[in-house]
Design a protein around this ligand. Structure first.
Ligand SMILES: [Zn+2]
Length: 137
């Protein structure tokens, strides 16, 4: 009887892989890196994999992780939907409909949420170009 798959019995009799036991006994080179933009804290040491949680906890209790998160860019905590402006652009206040949807004050069209913020999808009758107004979110 030949079968490619190991039988249940073979699996039961096979030596345990036991990843944790084998690896945690062996010292390895460990690098813990906490790196939001701006600050990079890198910790290299020799130890067991099982020691990583304790090492991270030591960094935390030493205030290192607080330091790192304090250096996190403000955009990370910006409200959802807030798109950082790449270039200073003159932005106009959209007009709001009773149902709360934002509209282009020129074309009275409901604004759409685009990659760079709200935009008006209307085409100008006179210039035949799309509305190029930028809106405040
Ligand atoms: Zn418009």
């Amino acid at each position: 009887m030949t079968t490619a798959m190991p039988s249940r019995e073979q699996i039961a009799n096979a030596a345990d892989l036991d990843f944790d036991a084998k690896r945690s006994d062996k010292d390895v080179s460990i690098c813990i890196e906490a790196s939001p933009a701006g600050v990079t804290v890198r910790v290299d040491y020799i130890g067991t994999l099982g020691s990583i949680p304790a090492a991270v906890e030591r960094l935390r209790s030493a205030g290192i992780l607080d330091l790192v998160s304090a250096a996190r860019p403000a955009t990370a905590t910006a409200p959802l939907g807030g798109t950082p402006a790449r270039t200073p652009t003159q932005r106009v206040e959209p007009v709001y409909q009773p149902d709360g949807s934002a509209c282009c004050p020129v074309h009275k069209r409901v604004l759409k949420e685009g990659k760079y913020g709200l935009y008006c999808s209307a085409k100008d009758r006179e210039t035949d170009e799309y509305c190029n107004l930028k809106f405040k979110d």
